[in-house]
Design a protein around this ligand. Sequence first.
Ligand SMILES: C[S@@+](CC[C@H](N)C(=O)[O-])C[C@H]1O[C@@H](n2cnc3c(N)ncnc32)[C@H](O)[C@@H]1O
Length: 269
Amino acid sequence: MTSRTQETHIAVSHTDPGLADKASALAAQLGLPLYRSEENTPALLLTLTPDRLELRQTGKGAEGPLFVDFIGGAIEYRRKQGTSRKEAIARAVGLKGGARPVVLDITAGLGRDSFILASLGCTVQMVERSPVVAALLADAIERARQEPALIEIMSRLSLIVGDSLDILRTWQGERPEVIYIDPMYPHRSKSALVKKEMRLIRQLVGDDEDSDQLLAAARAIATRRVVVKRPRLVPALRGPEPNFSIGGKNSRFDVYLSALTAASPEQKT
Ligand SMILES: C[S@@+](CC[C@H](N)C(=O)[O-])C[C@H]1O[C@@H](n2cnc3c(N)ncnc32)[C@H](O)[C@@H]1O
């Protein structure tokens, strides 16, 4: 199922009459209907508030709003604690010594992994194919760029809206050293391990059925390595075996070295 099919269950709304024009422009940009209270309420609302853009579930048992925030909350705590180059994600992308690889994150989602990598000094280009997820991300980027403490990190972070498979297959110009992939894994349960945010994103975009193809396309482009994030106990993506894996708390990072890197032992973790 494509993100475009699923996004028909969503409309754009706003909480403040002063945001009506902005909401209309956003709806037109995304090709989504504007929510009108007299109509049936869709399952999801992309809601403009004076502070930020939010994705809201409607109906009984609705989860709290989803928004992307690089300034406060968990990500601020993590940034202030200091993200360490010893962390699994840092070792997985090959951060050591002075190395700060250029990373293409081809499944950007809510941008948390990209933000962590940018905090560690990597230049990160994110790609997201869901226009709604990308709009949430773009809104957070715009807000974070106004925050003095984040100017340097945000200068290393950019976003492309599009399908990574198309982008990789028609790639031109300088190739990224590292390609990072964190596809949506088809969890069927409502387990606590599947965070609320990811449940909402899944409701919006569905499962990522093309992850195996993404891995193959990424391996053809990355000059150093491809890193695939997986839930800790699930099998690797279909294709060649990873060269090695690094375990995190709930996740595992499967690392596929490019031919050149594999031949040079000092380039491994
Ligand atoms: C599990 S989420 C990624 C979470 C992200 N690592 C984070 O830290 O927030 C997967 C995201 O990848 C996007 N995606 C999947 N396949 C894609 C593709 N071929 N091109 C672009 N985006 C893709 C999905 O729309 C979804 O938003």
